[in-house]
Every structure is written in structure tokens, then in C-alpha cells.
Ligand binder design. Sequence first.
Ligand code: HEM
Length: 309
Amino acid sequence: MSTPKPPATCPFAGHSLAVFPANTTSQADTTTAAHTPLAVAGSAQTPPVEHGSLLQFSEDPIACMRRLHRKHGDLAVLQEGGQKLVFVFSPELNRQVLADGDTFQSQFFAVRGSRNSAQRRVTSGLLSQNGTEHRDTRRLLKDVFAKKALPGYHGIICRLTDELTTRWNRESHVDLNGEMVQFMLRMTSALLFGLDDPEFAEKLGRLIDRWTHRNHEVGMGALVSAPQFARGYELLLQQAEELESSIREMFARHRSGNSDGLNILHLLMQATESGGSMTDDQLTGHATLLFAAAHLTTAHTFSWTLFLL
Ligand code: HEM
């Protein structure tokens, strides 16, 4: 049995909470603020600023954040020239940032591409929305995650799990994390899109992972100028196009009746037909985000759960 990778947050949430004050010339994920009004409760101090390369964050986010937290506490600023990354670590400060939509804006993806680009469409899900637009989408999505929808997912969850455990009974060794990644790719694609096609699920997973990593890599280019970011930008746009075309292929399969059981895409399309106003471009953003947010987070959570049991 191999040791699982560290527990994941959303792949898209890979950077704890970073707050980018709007006086920086460009912004990366995740939340932007007009100024830095954060304050540690009971303290009138301004946040501690550490001067150093912002690249240390993209190179090893966890090590960088652990060090900043250890050294400065719940609120820390990493600054290079005029660019700042502000980190908040405590639940209270996170709540302050996440709950105050007038002061803080979510701008998760640093690179959105031009208005008509695939990159713009695949990054247009919930994490790029704010205010009433964000609230309205959350309302629309709420029903597909509601308790009453769960019995509809029961059959497919049991079938895929039975298949997995039956196969495990025949094998003496398994690569737990590899198995969980494959399993959750298949499960996510079945539950979200009604597609029980392991090959397609794997291809989509590969395209999403590659594109997600490229976003993290190139995203830093919005704050730090370095030649590798310029090269990566073209690749990012190209990978977004490939990803979008697979997502659209999935919509087409779905519409041609080639999908099984209850699934989230079906519910979303239904909601759209009965009065909602989601276009295929908007659906593309939500489908991409849901798939990317769902599969590795849960795969690594299951790996750790089984490993620790
Ligand atoms: C153990 C599993 C999971 C973990 C640890 C996790 C973690 C997170 C975190 C930390 C965020 C906040 C990101 C930010 O604002 O920067 C987030 C957002 C989100 N996650 Fe997950 N997630 C998990 C599973 C899922 C699953 C299964 C789905 C979908 C089926 C999902 C869909 C989303 C969506 C849509 C958002 C954006 C919400 C919004 O902005 O309103 N996540 N997740």
C-alpha cells in the first residue's frame, strides 16, 4: 500500500486564503480587498509584513504558509516590491473575509483570458462570481445538492463501490491513492454528468488536472514577472480550449440521451429549461468547476480515511 498524498483542499482552493489588496496592479486568486481592513481581534497592530520573493508561495504553498503562520500568527503579509499576498489563518479572520462581500471580492483565477476565450468560459463558475450573481447561482445549484436529491444517487454509488470492493477481494495489494483517484473520477463523472464511461472520465480528469496546475503556475505571473509565465500563458489558453471541447462533448452526449440515472448536469439543464437562464457558456464554467472541485478533494480524503483506519 502506498502512502497517500497530503490531504487536499479543493484543487482550486489549493492556496489557503490569500487576500489581494486592490492596490496591487494585478490580482491572483482568491479574494481581493479594496484595502486591508483585517485586524486580529483585540489588537490594533497593523499586519506584519515580510519582504521576500512571492515565488516561494507558488513553489511550495504549504511550507510557505506554515512558516508565515509560525512566525507571524494569524495574519501575515508577504511583500515583493509593490505586490502583496495577505494570508489569514484563523477561522475568525476567514469568516471576516468570506462574509463581508462589500469589502472582499472573490477573484479566484488570476488569468481569465480575453472575453471570448475558452479560458474565460471555463473559469466562469462560482469561484469567479460575487454579489447577487453568486447568490443566484448558489440558489440554482442548491437543489441539486439537497438532501431530497440523495436517494437518486444511491444506486450508482452502491454499484461502483461494489465493483471496486469485489475487485479488491481478488487482489492482495492495491495502490490505495491511485485506486481512489480512478474511483472518484468515475464516481464524479457518473454523479455529476451521468456518464459511466471510465475512459472518458479519465481523459476529462487528465485535462482538468493539467489545466488546474497550469493555472496555478501561470497565475503567479499576474504578480511576478518571469519568462516562464509568458510561455505558460499560451499553453494555458490552448489547454483551456481542449478542456472546453471535452466538456461540450459531454453536453452533446448528454443531450443525445447517452447518460444514466439522476445526475447534476441533468438537474441543471432542467432548472435552466424551467425558467432559469443558464447558457451553455455558463454551464461550461459550472461543470468545469464542479468536476475539478469534486474529484481529487474526495479521492485524497478517502485515501487518508482508509489509510488511517
Ligand atoms: C473533501 C472534499 C472537499 C474539500 C476539502 C473542499 C474544499 C473546498 C474549499 C476550501 C472551498 C473554498 C474555495 C475558496 O473560496 O477559495 C471549496 C469551494 C467549492 N467547492 Fe469544495 N471541497 C470538497 C468537495 C467538493 C465537492 C464534492 C464538490 C462538488 C460536487 C465541491 C464543489 C465546490 C464548489 C462549487 C465551490 C465554490 C463555492 C462557492 O464559491 O460558492 N467541493 N471547496
